[in-house]
Ligand binder design. Structure first.
Ligand code: UTP
Length: 309
C-alpha cells in the first residue's frame, strides 16, 4: 500500500465569519498568541511525517505564501543586530518543510480547493488539513488517521462528537463499528444537515484521502451554499468498494481542537494557549484571575494589575 507523504493545506476561503479583520488579512494569518494559525497546521503536518506541503491559497492570500518564504531584509537586519533568538523565530517557518503553493482562482468551495491539488498530489493517498483548524500537538490525530488508512485502505475522516444543536454546522456521518476501538466505517455523509442528522459525529478538518477523490470532484456539482463540497465527494467514495477508492473510515477524536476561523473559539484558543506558555503564562494568568474576579464583582477597573501591564 502506498504511504502518505504529502499534505494539502487549504487556505483559500473568504473567511466571512471573521470580517472585517479578514477583509485584507487572511484568517490563517491571524496570530494565535504570537504565531499565525497556519504555522501550527504546517507544524502538525511535519510532525506527522508529511514534509511535502502544498498550500491552496488565492489572490488575497499572498501573506500566507510569504510567511513560508525567506525574509531577506528582516533576516539581514536581525543578523546585523546579533538578535539570534528572533532570527531563529523568523527562519522557523521557512525551515519547517518544502512548502509549495497553488492558487484557487475562485472560492468555489472546499472540494474545489482540494481539486486544485490534483497535479501536485498525483496517485498517492494524501492528507488534507484545513488551515484555520488547529489540533493540539499534545493530542496527535493525523498519525492515527494515516495508520488507519494503511490498515483499511481508501479514505479516512476525523470525527468528533458534538452537541446535537451543533451538528448543523458540520458534515455529519452515519457510521458502523469496526473491530478497532474508535474507528468506524462511514456509510453516509451529509454536509450541514438542516433536518435530522445521521449522527452527532461531526467531520472535522483532517482527512486522509484516496486519489480517486479527484475523479469524483471533477463531476461533483455545487452542493450546500452553492459550493463544491468535499463532503459530497467523500460520500461518493464511501459508497464504493476498495477497487474504486472506497471505503471511508472515521477516526474518533476526543482531544483538543481549536477552530480559529470562529471568533469565539479564536478568543478561547488564545487565552488558553497564552495561559499555558512558559514565558507569557504566569503574568497573563495573574492578570486574567484579577480580571475575572473583578468582572464577577462587577466593580470598577481602577487600581489593578491590568493598569500596570
Ligand atoms: P470555511 O467553511 O471555514 O469557509 O472553509 P471560509 O470561506 O474559509 O470561511 P467563512 O465560513 O466564510 O468564515 C473551510 C476550509 O476550506 C477552505 C478554507 O480556507 C478553510 O480551510 N476553502 C473554502 C477554500 O480553500 N476554498 C474555498 O473556496 C472555500
Amino acid at each position: 500500500m502506498s504511504s502518505v507523504t504529502k499534505a494539502v493545506i487549504t487556505a483559500a476561503g473568504l473567511g466571512t465569519r471573521f470580517l472585517p479583520a479578514t477583509k485584507a488579512t487572511p484568517k490563517e494569518m491571524l496570530p494565535v498568541v504570537d504565531k499565525p494559525a497556519i504555522q501550527y497546521v504546517v507544524e502538525e503536518a511535519v510532525a506527522a511525517g508529511l514534509d511535502d506541503v502544498l498550500l491552496i491559497t488565492s489572490r488575497t492570500k499572498r501573506s500566507v505564501e510569504d510567511h513560508f518564504d525567506r525574509a531577506f531584509e528582516l533576516e539581514a537586519e536581525l543578523t546585523r543586530k546579533g538578535d539570534t533568538a528572533r532570527l531563529d523565530l523568523v527562519r522557523q517557518a521557512t525551515d519547517l518543510a518544502t512548502v509549495h503553493s497553488v492558487r484557487q482562482r475562485e472560492a468555489l468551495g472546499l472540494g474545489h480547493a482540494v481539486l486544485c491539488a490534483e497535479q501536485h498530489v498525483g496517485h498517492q493517498p494524501f492528507a488534507v488539513l484545513l488551515g484555520d483548524d488547529l489540533i493540539d500537538p499534545r493530542d496527535p490525530l493525523l498519525p492515527r488517521m494515516i495508520e488507519v488508512q494503511q490498515r483499511y485502505g481508501g479514505s479516512v475522516v476525523a470525527l468528533m462528537e458534538v452537541e446535537p444543536a451543533q451538528i448543523r454546522l458540520y458534515g455529519s456521518a452515519a457510521v458502523e463499528p469496526t473491530d478497532t476501538d474508535g474507528v468506524f466505517r462511514v456509510t453516509e455523509l451529509v454536509e450541514k444537515p438542516q433536518t435530522a442528522a445521521p449522527s452527532n459525529f461531526a467531520v472535522i478538518g483532517r482527512y486522509v484521502l484516496d486519489p480517486a477523490i479527484f475523479e469524483v470532484l471533477h463531476t461533483t456539482p455545487p452542493g450546500r451554499g452553492g459550493e463544491i463540497q468535499l463532503t459530497d465527494a467523500i460520500r461518493a467514495l464511501a459508497l464504493r468498494d476498495e477497487h474504486r477508492g472506497g471505503p471511508v473510515h472515521g477516526v474518533v477524536f476526543t482531544g483538543r481542537r481549536y477552530d480559529t476561523g470562529d471568533r469565539a473559539d479564536y478568543l478561547r484558543t488564545i487565552v488558553r494557549l497564552a495561559c499555558e506558555r512558559e514565558d507569557l503564562g504566569p503574568d497573563f494568568r495573574a492578570w486574567l484571575e484579577y480580571f475575572v474576579a473583578k468582572e464577577m464583582r462587577g466593580r470598577s477597573d481602577s487600581g489593578g494589575p491590568d493598569e500596570i501591564s
